[in-house]
Design a protein around this ligand. Structure first.
Ligand SMILES: Cc1cc2nc3c(=O)[nH]c(=O)nc-3n(C[C@H](O)[C@H](O)[C@H](O)COP(=O)(O)O)c2cc1C
Length: 197
């Protein structure tokens, strides 16, 4: 079982990364292999709408995204972790997601790739400073369609409100425990949520 973690915060060692690391440790505790990618430290440029992917499902932009298409298409579980920036994902995470248009084309237009999303699972970890009821609407919507594009089922989520300062989530060990449990659930196959839209 391989779990791919996408660390979408530009702030290293802070809330998003601590929660993601906890989730990955929960997965590892049940024997999963984990890989964490730190998006802000990679060269992942925004989609330029060149539509090369419409021809054959590959992106013509030569940057670090090229090395991610394989893991995104084959990992058993994908955990997307991001802080809330203006009620959305970070621009770093969003750039990676937009570049997954190539996988969306393979799956839905060319139909050259048929992932088994009844087996592959995706989870969202999001953390924001405020507490509004609609804080996560945007990231849930984007993640739903991201997971669809890469052929995983939206299976689980951890949505954290009221955490702002650097690594402040350490003050709430219960949240880190919840992230560990999320990682374990992904690997163990325990019941989880299923978003369809
Ligand atoms: C550019 C920017 C925009 C932000 N926008 C929001 C927001 O819309 N809502 C919110 O609750 N928090 C917002 N925040 C706060 C972060 O979500 C919060 O500090 C989070 O804990 C950061 O996670 P990190 O430490 O892992 O990067 C924003 C922070 C920044 C830097």
């Amino acid at each position: 079982m391989q779990v791919l973690g996408i660390m979408g915060s530009p702030r290293r060692g802070s809330n998003t990364e601590l929660l993601l690391d906890s989730a990955l440790s929960g997965a590892e505790s049940l024997g999963a292999e984990t890989v964490k990618i730190v998006v802000s430290e990679m060269d992942i440029r925004p989609c330029m709408e060149l539509y090369h992917c419409a021809l054959d499902g590959t992106c013509s932009i030569r940057d670090d995204m090229q090395q991610l298409y394989g893991p995104l298409a084959t990992a058993d579980c994908v955990v997307l972790a991001s802080p809330i920036f203006f009620y959305g994902l970070t621009s770093q995470a969003k750039a990676l997601i937009d570049r997954c248009q190539a996988l969306w084309v393979r799956r839905h237009v060319l139909k050259s790739w048929v992932p088994d999303d009844s087996i592959r699972k995706g989870a969202l970890i999001a953390v924001g400073a405020t507490g509004g009821p609609r804080l996560f609407d945007g990231v849930i919507q984007t993640s739903t369609y991201f997971f669809d594009a890469i052929g995983v089922r939206y299976a689980d989520e951890l949505l954290v409100r009221g955490v702002d300062g650097k690594a402040q989530v350490r003050d709430f060990p219960r949240l880190l425990d919840e992230a560990v449990e999320l990682g374990s659930r992904l690997v163990s196959g325990a019941p989880s949520i299923h978003r369809t839209s």
